[in-house]
Design a protein around this ligand. Structure first.
Ligand code: SF4
Length: 264
């Protein structure tokens, strides 16, 4: 993987999530290279070959956050802060250390177990939160749709370690891919490690966009008998697949008193 320097740009940027005003992307691009990723539309490089990172992320971010009051900063919006290159470049760890030193906290979303490396910093932050996202029940299927992520079990193990360490944990069951993701089984796997699970379906609106073209190629090749069912469900949340899944999830939510946030 080539890791080059990006052009200078603001590192701290507005965040549209509830109760979070700012976010930081520690890399530009994401070598996890999930074929369904909505951010592919803005990709500056071919993520299978090259990602970019900020030069002097600590110096620049330090100046930017000095202009705002200490608060929780979101990480994981357009790029995964724990993609494989983080093991060598420590951009995310450097940012977390800076945030801790300045009295800020972090809310992180990742698909990687590398986050366990930084438990020491997260434990020190006031009310840090970590969520992992999962979509696939078996790793053979995962590899078809996510070129370079870690196994689902490893992500869930990482979540358990974070919870044991006293870090607030959540899980994002996202994206649910109709007829492929077994959401109920994944909820069972996640439940011991988190008190809250958010569930989102795969959202693709543009049938000429790169993420749908990628998905179509995989579905045609690997699921030729299912694609006629899967495709209409991906493009319409009124499809029977979603109404049935919503009903099943509401039943589970009521029976098990799990904190499920259903956004299907
Ligand atoms: S981990 Fe997230 S940001 Fe990275 S490619 Fe996958 S969906 Fe996109």
């Amino acid at each position: 993987m080539k890791v080059s320097e990006c052009t200078k740009r603001p590192i701290l940027s507005p965040c549209g999530l509830k109760d979070l005003d700012y976010q930081v992307d520690t890399y530009v691009g994401c070598e996890h290279h999930c074929y369904y990723c909505y951010a592919l539309a803005q990709a500056e490089t071919d993520w299978s070959k090259e990602i970019r990172m900020h030069n002097d992320i600590v110096g620049q971010l330090s100046e930017e956050i000095d202009k705002i009051s200490p608060q929780t900063i979101y990480m994981g919006y357009h790029t995964d802060p724990y993609q494989p290159s983080e093991a060598n470049y420590y951009q995310t760890r450097k940012v977390l250390s800076l945030l801790l030193q300045k009295g800020f906290s972090a809310s992180i979303l990742t698909k990687s177990d590398l986050i366990v490396r930084d438990i020491d910093i997260l434990k020190e932050m006031k009310d840090a939160a970590v969520s992992v996202s999962v979509s696939f029940n078996d790793n053979q299927t995962r590899r078809l749709f996510e070129a370079n992520t870690v196994d689902t079990e490893k992500r869930i193990e990482a979540l358990c370690k974070l919870k044991e360490a006293g870090v607030r944990t959540g899980a994002l069951l996202c994206p649910v891919i109709p007829y492929i993701t077994n959401a109920i089984q994944l909820i069972d796997m996640l439940a011991p490690c988190t008190d809250v699970i958010w569930i989102y379906g795969l959202n693709i609106y543009d049938s000429s966009g790169q993420n749908w073209l990628n998905m179509q190629k995989i579905l045609n090749c690997e699921y030729p008998d299912l694609i006629e069912q899967i495709e209409p469900a991906i493009f319409s949340k009124k499809h029977i697949y979603w109404t049935q899944l919503r009903d099943d999830l509401v039943t589970i939510k009521n029976d098990q008193t799990l904190n499920l946030n259903i956004h299907l």
